[in-house]
Design a protein around this ligand. Sequence first.
Ligand code: UT7
Length: 332
Amino acid sequence: MSKITAAITAVNGYVPPTVLSNKDLEKMVDTNDEWILSRTGIKERRILKEPGLATSDMAVEAVNGLLKKRGISAEEIDLIIFATVTSDLIFPSSACLLADKIGAKNAFGYDLAAACSGFLFSLETGARFIESGKYKKVLVVGGDKMSSIIDYTDRNTCIIFGDGCGAVLLEPNEDGYGIIDSVLKIDGHGRHFLHQKAGGSLKPPTHETIDAKEHFVFQDGKTVFKFAVTGMADVSAQIMERNHLSADDIAWLVPHQANLRIIDATAERMGLGKEKVMINIDHFGNTTNGTLPLCLWEWESKLKKGDNLVLAAFGGGFTWGAIYIKWAYDGN
Ligand code: UT7
């Protein structure tokens, strides 16, 4: 029998309807459209505004659409891996909540926390479950309600992030399509530069932590930028080299959407023109675990069977990596 690989066989996404534009932010903090656009590439982002809705509710929309597209029922799902840093609750996991809400009665699942690289790490993990032969349908979900942990009086962070969720289905393939290779890394020294100070076991919530705004994202943007530019480009170049891929061989770079300048630097290092790079940061901002599946969702109709894709990300931890995928179906 030929080797089993894990192929993406369906993709879908969801973003909430409320738009938060740069112009809106100008009224909230000392910033301006020109600064945001030139420094980050962001024009607007989506916000999940309705009270009582959380990350798993965006996932329900994305996954129900995915199941419909693929023509399968939720009961056929074996495993749900949910990449998020904004789980609905500390516990149980958003994977549990999602399984309940969509009726995935035969699945097990869990959340995976790797900040902006969570979707990549989840894809790698999901692929191993498929390759083992034991599981046939693995849902990999990436989504965040970043607005729930953003201080909208802090111009260093509130201009960057948005809410959204995407999902892919992994299924076995015996023709060599799917997830081919990965380079994944973590370095905990990076924790000082991008984190949420309170709410965990180190600093449980108190009146003081709330007053000190320690439940919001803290980012030393300049330092993270420096590491992200080299980190994302390094692993992308590395995955090309070890798979003997030239720029001509690559159909698409699917980069994490933290800053257009980081994306440009990665594409340049890989020798790719802009026409081969998926970019949704202009209209969705940085949706953390949502960026990669939301790109695949928006570009799905352009993807062709056999296309070589490199997915790359860098995020809090630090965490970073690149995954090489041979796309398994014609998108239209
Ligand atoms: O997804 C997870 C990983 N995260 C990342 O990869 C993010 C990496 N970092 C970045 O994308 C960028 O560092 C930011 C977009 C966060 C910031 O851009 P920057 O070019 O690094 O700006 P900066 O922090 O160095 O600030 C430059 C200037 C400062 O003013 P002075 O000191 O030069 O007078 C800031 O006070 O811009 C000022 N500034 C702003 N001005 C208008 C900072 N934020 C804003 C703002 N609007 N929102």
